[in-house]
Ligand binder design. Structure first.
Ligand code: NAD
Ligand code: TYD
Length: 350
């Protein structure tokens, strides 16, 4: 079957893995990667598939009220996988309006364009919204998990904007019958992760003998999932999930930040030929993040039971692979940290 799929945010961390999976696994699909190329968008993430005939790049902003409907009219998309977002909690604390604009207004603009383009003919259409477990708020250290029925209780401007976008997606389903599906995933890690987030920032700092900043006491817990497993879950849910449903995606893999960083330091010592314990000396406790959620943990049993997905990797294996990727892709890391990656689009596409 041929499809014309719009994937938003495909130049970012998770989006690039989703685009690659769809372009290579479904040669009959035309894949349109729409991305505004903000600081987080990097077309160098996709150099290996850039010339594949079923891959197309569109530089556009999801908040653009003229361009987005015009693109639906021009290309006739019959499916949307929406990942474009402002995604970093610390940035949301210093610039909440950017999160309101892209995550809430941008998502609603896309929903509206899909609704108007599909004109009530929803046969074979699907709008898939990629969201986060952070909409559910924070858990205590009590062994409970977020399920699809957990009440929304976002605390950061990032999670509040994602929660709001989830509500708009459900409202377009309830009000206009738009065929939607939502997934809420835990923290991802893996290749191409922008080095402002905990794991890639720490890898980069350890490599360069710089301090590893740990917020507060490092006791906060996150549930980590390998990014390729998230991309596989998105593929499964896009093709076999039920309209109007929500699916939680997680690794069943909880780590306190401090334990995680100690594990990473062990791996880095080994890979860099340092004596055990050398990298851990870089750990530096810094002021805590405002409103820092204590614990996230996902119950993904619905997805596993109903759609047959499960994570493929143990964390230590995934972390090992991730470290290898960063050590083998020094040019990528250098371009990202120097800002050179932002010139790539002009060279390739202008
Ligand atoms: P990212 O920040 O790495 O990438 C976001 C992408 O969106 C970038 O390519 C950026 O250029 C693009 N973008 C931003 N604003 C845009 C706009 N106005 N118009 C068009 N493109 C725009 O993010 P990520 O970590 O890959 O996250 C992708 C999605 O997955 C987000 O919706 C995020 O909320 C969700 N998510 C992320 C995680 C995680 O651990 N990173 C976990 C669960 C869910
Ligand atoms: P992050 O990677 O920003 O993801 P999120 O906030 O979406 O969970 O942060 C993961 C955890 O690591 C979170 O508890 C905050 C903490 N953290 C640090 O301790 N130091 C850092 O420099 C960063 C970026 C995060």
């Amino acid at each position: 079957m041929t499809r014309k799929l719009l994937i938003t945010g495909g130049a970012g961390f998770i989006g690039s893995h989703v685009v690659r999976l769809f372009v290579t696994k479904y040669p009959d699909y035309q894949i349109y990667n729409l991305d505004a190329l903000t600081y987080a968008g990097n077309l160098e993430n996709l150099t290996d598939i850039a010339d594949t005939p079923n891959y197309h790049f569109i530089k556009a902003d999801i908040t653009d009220e003229q361009a987005i409907p015009a693109l639906f009219a021009q290309y006739g998309f019959d499916g949307v996988i929406h990942l474009a977002a402002e995604s970093h909690v610390d940035r949301s604390i210093s610039d909440p309006f950017a999160f309101l604009r892209t995550n809430v207004f941008g998502t609603t603009n896309l929903l509206n364009a899909a609704k108007n383009a599909w004109k009530g003919n929803f046969e074979g259409k699907r709008f898939y919204h990629v969201s986060t477990d952070e909409v559910y708020g924070a858990l205590a250290f009590d062994g409970t998990f977020f399920t699809e029925n957990t009440k929304y209780d976002p605390h950061s401007p990032y999670s509040a904007s994602k929660a709001s976008s989830d509500h708009f997606v459900r409202a377009y389903n309830d009000t206009y019958g738009l065929p939607v599906v939502i997934s809420n995933c835990s923290n991802n890690y893996g290749a191409n992760h922008f080095p402002e987030k905990l794991i890639p920032l720490s890898i980069n700092n350890i490599k360069n003998n710089r301090p590893i900043p740990i917020y507060g006491k490092g006791e906060n817990v996150r549930d980590w999932l390998f990014v390729n497993d998230h991309a596989r879950a998105i593929d499964t849910i896009f093709h076999t999930g039920k309209n109007g449903e929500t699916y939680n995606i997680g690794g069943n893999n909880e780590w306190s930040n401090l334990d995680l960083i100690h594990k990473l330091c062990e791996i880095m010592d080994r890979k860099l030929g340092r004596a055990p314990g050398v990298s851990a000396k870089l750990i530096t406790f810094v002021k805590d993040r405002a409103g820092h959620d204590l614990r996230y943990a996902i119950d993904s049993s619905k997805l596993q039971r109903e759609l047959g997905w499960k994570p493929s990797l143990q964390f230590e294996e995934g972390l090992d692979k991730t470290v290898d990727w960063y050590l083998q892709n020094e040019a990528w890391l250098e371009h990202v940290t120097s800002g050179a990656y932002q010139k790539y689009y002009e060279k390739q596409y202008k």
